[in-house]
Design a protein around this ligand. Structure first.
Ligand code: PGA
Length: 243
């Protein structure tokens, strides 16, 4: 694992957007594992700019998002479906909706939906590049501390700290769903290449724990030390004091 401080969020976002752009350029049927959250906004904006400037054909690209809230349908403004539409799929035209996958948050049976999603990943995968953020508690996807490393896509109970962190996207904290469907840690590890982004002082502790190298389910992101091809890009504020 290589942790690189690119100084600012802008620079790191542009760098990672360029990596995604190059991936699509070199393989038009690329499979991308996508993440949501505040961290990713500038990266997607930079990607849209690059795609638009070069009019790249993305119709063969297949995308797999990490997670979706249980109880929010695709139209809900705080759903990850909407996030992806607003930031990427409606901003750069040409993605095939049939090839842009997220778990269905309103599936009648979330367990069956999780199973369907994992099977889809296995059939279509592996993902060429998986993009990840990190929670302040070290989660990746919605894999909260204590999640087994062998986990595949599953229904998760969100921790209080995650509900608190995500309440900024809802009118009221009580509106934040308590559960989600998330790719598991083993699902994430199947990707060929993983890029994790973390910005701001509130991510410094999680990155410090990741950099320490101790692999533990208490900090789910530490599983990434077991993957051969992981890059972490941070800004000054998220960079651990000693690496
Ligand atoms: P954030 O979320 O980008 O909104 O900080 C990241 C995460 O929780 O994985």
């Amino acid at each position: 694992m290589k942790i690189t401080n690119l100084g600012t969020k802008e620079r790191a976002s542009f760098y990672v957007a360029t990596e995604l752009y190059k991936q699509i350029l070199h393989k038009k049927e690329s499979k991308l594992g996508l993440a949501t959250g505040g961290t990713m906004i500038e990266m997607y904006q930079a990607l849209v700019t690059l795609l638009a400037k070069n009019q790249l054909d993305v119709s063969h690209v297949e995308t797999f998002n990490l997670d979706e809230y249980i109880g929010l349908d695709a139209e809900h403004p705080a759903s990850y479906h909407q996030y992806m539409n607003n930031i990427l799929f409606n901003e750069y035209r040409g993605f095939d909706p049939q090839k842009c996958h997220l778990p269905n948050g309103v599936a009648e049976n979330p367990e069956c939906e999780a199973e369907r999603y994992e099977t889809l990943l296995d059939e279509k995968g592996p993902v060429d590049i998986q993009i990840l953020g990190i929670g302040q508690n070290g989660h990746i996807g919605f894999n909260e501390p204590g999640t087994p490393f062998e986990s595949v896509t599953h229904r998760v109970d969100l921790t209080e700290s995650t509900i608190e962190a995500n309440s900024r996207y809802f009118d009221d904290k009580t509106d934040v769903p308590k559960q989600a469907i998330s790719m598991g840690l083993r699902s994430i590890m199947k990707a060929k290449r993983i890029i994790l982004l973390a910005f701001g002082p509130h991510k410094k502790e999680a990155i410090t724990q990741l950099a320490a190298g101790h692999i533990t389910t208490d900090v789910p992101a530490t599983i990434l030390h077991l993957h051969p091809n992981v890059e972490v890009y941070v800004d000054d504020a998220a960079m651990p004091d000693i690496v």
